[in-house]
Design a protein around this ligand. Structure first.
Ligand code: AMP
Ligand code: ZN
Length: 455
């Protein structure tokens, strides 16, 4: 039995799929105008763990993820520039070149982090017809109105608006600082935006209401229902999506179909930096490649994410990452020395399964793994750990090639002793030798750091 915390009911519930053994799973994907940072990637490690846990339990997930390549405005609401159009202008590229480039990097990050790709990737720009049809359905049912700049959803017409986030409409009206313009209610949102002057935007389409482009929320309703049906099992995303994006997805979908849209809503907590949301201004907004450039392996970052429950904020620092990397290395060293013996250890596997099935308690599952490797009497370690790694996805049995050859390590030591003797000439000669072999050496307070050139 799998239990999952459902944001909708604010309770841990037993998970039962709508259809026997099959699970419809939708995850809000990236807006592909820039690199995804490690905070975003934490969200996808969480949905990967969920998917692997479902599969471990014999369920088959059909996993759909969208690519937002139009309509996400810089303000996250209905004002500002389209993020993709803005990036295209800045980089002198077409919108498609921008979105394909960042999507490709995103997929490479998935691979490096052992995140399984979804069964279906769907791009907003390739589903304009579906989005227009959904808006038409809402229009026919009287949920829309027109303003100067678009077609809006009238949230006052939807009885349960805000149920996911526990929003109170009255409070919203009274205290809101939302720019209203012609909006009837502060929570109303754009379904279709008109191009200010047709012919300027790279991405715009004809619609029954005029030339323009879809709002950000409608894509997820239209595409999830296209691939998973009007009601499906699980929808995931970061917790920042609860109060607006997912609230609006529910409003659009349920108003159009009259059916319950999604049974389980799961939300991942943020990766924080010094206790705050990672952001450009606060720092900590690394990409995975940047972590690699300073010598970390992507799976060390995955390990770091597994150390915290997905619903708990995780504070990122390079020290925390270093600790995670050391733990992973230590674990792999121990595992390398294990002999294959007998069947999986039922006792440990049972504890592990209890942990993962209890709302994906991966930190507890990791503790079970550590207890197992330290237990001198336990048998069946190899088989048990193989099973566990189906969820952890840490390549626990893959031998690491020592990234730095012995020859280089020896030269580094020689150079250190030359430096101690203040023999700068010799130290420089050795540095050159090391560079000839293909490694760069950087002297830091903590000692020399070595990394391969061009990596
Ligand atoms: P975006 O590309 O902005 O649409 O975001 C992609 C996903 O990353 C969404 O599910 C966000 O909720 C999630 N996300 C954004 N920032 C963070 C963060 N700091 N920690 C965890 N998840 C995040
Ligand atoms: Zn979405």
């Amino acid at each position: 039995m799998i239990k999952l915390y459902n944001t909708l009911s604010r309770e841990k519930e037993e998970f039962k799929p709508l259809e026997d053994k099959k699970v419809g799973l939708y995850s809000c994907g990236p807006t592909v105008y820039w690199y995804q940072h490690i905070g975003n990637l934490r969200s996808y490690i969480f949905s990967d763990i969920l998917k692997k846990t479902l599969s471990y339990n014999g369920l088959k997930a059909k996993h759909v993820m969208n690519i937002t390549d139009v309509g996400h405005l810089t303000s996250d609401s209905d004002e500002g520039e389209d993020k993709i159009e803005k990036a295209a202008k800045k980089e002198g590229k077409t919108a498609k070149e921008i979105s394909d480039y960042y999507w490709d990097i995103f997929r490479k990050d998935f691979k490096k982090l052992n995140i399984a790709e979804p069964n279906i990737w769907c791009k907003a720009t390739e589903h304009i017809k579906e989005q227009i049809n959904l808006i038409k359905r809402l229009e026919e049912k009287g949920f829309t109105y027109r303003t100067n700049d678009g077609i809006y959803y009238d949230t006052s017409k939807f009885k349960d608006y805000g149920k996911l986030a526990g929003l109170k409409k009255e409070g919203l009206k009274a205290g809101s600082r939302v720019e209203m313009k012609e909006k009837k209610n502060p929570t109303d949102f754009a379904l279709w935006k008109f191009s200010e002057k047709p012919g300027i935007r790279q991405q715009e389409w004809q619609s029954p209401w005029g030339i323009g482009f879809p709002g950000w929320h409608i894509e997820c309703s239209a595409m999830s229902m296209k691939y998973l049906g009007e009601s499906f099992d699980i929808h995931t995303g970061g917790e920042d999506h609860i109060s607006v994006h997912h609230t609006n997805e529910i409003a659009q979908s349920e108003a159009a179909t009259g059916k319950k849209f999604v049974n389980f809503w799961l939300h991942g907590a943020f990766l924080t930096f010094k206790g705050e949301k990672v952001s450009k201004s606060k720092g900590g907004l690394y990409t995975l490649s940047e972590l690699e450039e300073i010598g970390f392996s992507p799976l060390s970052f995955r390990y770091l994410c597994l150390m915290a429950h997905y619903k708990t904020p995780l504070d990122f620092s390079l020290d925390n990452l270093k600790n995670a990397e050391n733990s992973l290395k230590r674990m792999k060293n121990i595992i390398e020395g294990l002999k294959d013996d007998k069947k999986a250890n039922k006792e440990y596997l049972g504890k592990f399964e209890d942990a993962i099935n209890d709302d994906l308690d991966i930190p507890k599952a990791l503790a079970v793994l550590w207890n197992l490797v330290r237990d001198k009497k336990a048998t069946g370690k190899v088989k048990t750990i193989e099973e566990m790694d189906k969820i952890f996805g840490l390549n626990l049995f893959k031998k690491e090639k020592s990234a730095i050859p012995d020859e280089v390590n020896k030269l580094v030591k020689e150079r250190e002793s030359a430096r101690k003797k203040q023999d700068w000439k010799k130290s420089d000669e050795i540095r050159k030798k090391i560079e000839d072999i293909g490694f760069l050496i950087k002297d830091t307070e903590k000692g020399p750091e070595i990394k391969p050139i061009n990596k």
